[in-house]
Design a protein around this ligand. Structure first.
Ligand SMILES: [Zn+2]
Ligand SMILES: [Zn+2]
Length: 376
């Protein structure tokens, strides 16, 4: 049997058993080594981002694992064999529509849903990374990852992919650029790494007073300056640091807060670039749009991450150039998936992941809990 951590509703998880699926010629089965916990898992746990009919389901959309079984045609198409370690992308696009054919597969209108968001009712139920095994649909996108890295580091392909996409690709960070990163969360930190890897000049990161440990880590990853927004004025500090030249690129990654958007507009240089990736819960934000016109600013919305960015992120991880282990705040057994999500929700953890195989003692406890649940 295969264990899966099933979310049955807001604040409700339970471990359930599933039959191992039979794999056809175009499909595969992944033995999950680690699955990253994402801010959206936290929101879904709290009962936000909930759509009618989505529960029960196995969440987890940042899976890393080893090919356990693969159909003959799928092996050829994906270029993988049993035993290869791969990272799995969240979306399952059709690869045939105009969007897919022009490289914008994240907008594929025919896509077969997303990992971590497909309900259990759809066979074979194993659609989430918080499980022993993940079903690999024919449209799944896989990227090979070197097998000798610790799984809790290799699984950072997802947040690092976001940093690469937002800073390097959408922000077009170039040699010597001054980069301002608003928000020091896991994606702010990976944006520091991506900006450093791209040859940025000065990197500045902002955070709250309680983010002191995250700002310290930002400096370890290569940030030159950090700003505590509760103690200092962001615009005044950026003006001082840059001698009035301001930032070539500003990344806005803070959730909900609207002031950082206005700070971004003030802190970007004339004809600079702003990347918006911090969701504001649908609220309206007051802006003086004349400032954007008069500064000739380019603004880009960051929707998700694509294969280009994942591939570059995997190369950065494999290079061993950055001490990514310092972002690892905890690995959790499958039975403790809820604890992994709560640890991230509490706000001090930077990156947590669920490693189903991690510690057979915990697996034993899970099995006995499961027996108790079935008996009850
Ligand atoms: Zn995510
Ligand atoms: Zn498509």
């Amino acid at each position: 049997m295969v264990r899966g951590a099933v979310q049955t509703g807001p604040l409700a998880y339970e471990i359930r058993s599933f039959p191992r699926p039979t794999i056809g010629p175009d499909e595969g089965l992944l033995r999950v080594e680690a699955c990253g916990v994402c801010g959206s898992d936290v929101e879904q746990y709290r009962g936000h981002l909930v759509r009618p009919g989505m529960f029960p389901l196995i969440p987890g959309h940042e899976p890393l694992g080893v090919i356990e079984e693969v159909g003959e045609r799928a092996a050829e198409r994906w270029g993988v064999s049993v035993g290869d370690r791969v990272a799995v992308e969240i979306l399952r696009p059709c690869r045939a529509c105009d969007y897919c054919l022009t490289g914008r597969y994240m907008s594929c209108p025919n896509r077969d849903g997303a990992y971590g968001m497909t309900p259990l009712s759809r066979s074979p139920s194993l659609w989430g990374g918080f499980a022993d095994y993940l079903y690999l649909h024919p449209w799944a996108i896989l990227h090979k990852v070197r097998g000798d890295l610790p799984p809790e580091i290799a699984v950072m392909f997802n947040p690092l992919g976001a940093g690469v996409r937002w800073a390097a690709m959408l922000g077009e960070v170039g040699l010597g650029d001054t980069v301002l990163i608003l928000g020091p969360g896991q994606r702010g930190l990976t944006s520091v790494i991506a900006a450093r890897a791209r040859g940025a000049g000065t990197i500045i990161v902002t955070g709250l007073s309680r983010d002191a440990h995250k700002l310290a880590l930002a400096r370890e990853f290569g940030a030159d300056h950090t700003i505590d927004v509760e103690q200092e004025d962001v615009v005044a500090r950026v003006t001082e640091i840059t001698g009035g030249a301001m930032a070539d690129v500003v990344l806005e990654l803070t959730p909900i807060a609207d002031q950082p958007i206005r700070d971004a507009i003030e802190c970007v240089r004339h004809s600079g670039r702003i990347v918006l990736a911090g969701l504001k819960g649908g609220k309206q934000i007051e802006l003086v749009t004349d400032r954007l016109i008069n500064k000739g600013v380019t603004i880009r919305g960051a929707f998700g991450v694509n294969a280009d960015a994942y591939i570059e992120a995997i190369r950065i991880i494999e290079s061993g150039r950055f001490p990514l282990e310092k972002m690892a705040s905890g690995t959790f057994e499958l039975a403790d998936t809820e604890a992994a999500i709560q640890a991230l929700a509490d706000g001090d953890a930077i990156h947590t992941c669920v490693c189903p195989d991690n510690g057979s003692a915990m697996a034993g406890i899970a099995a006995s809990r499961e027996e108790a649940a079935n008996a009850g």
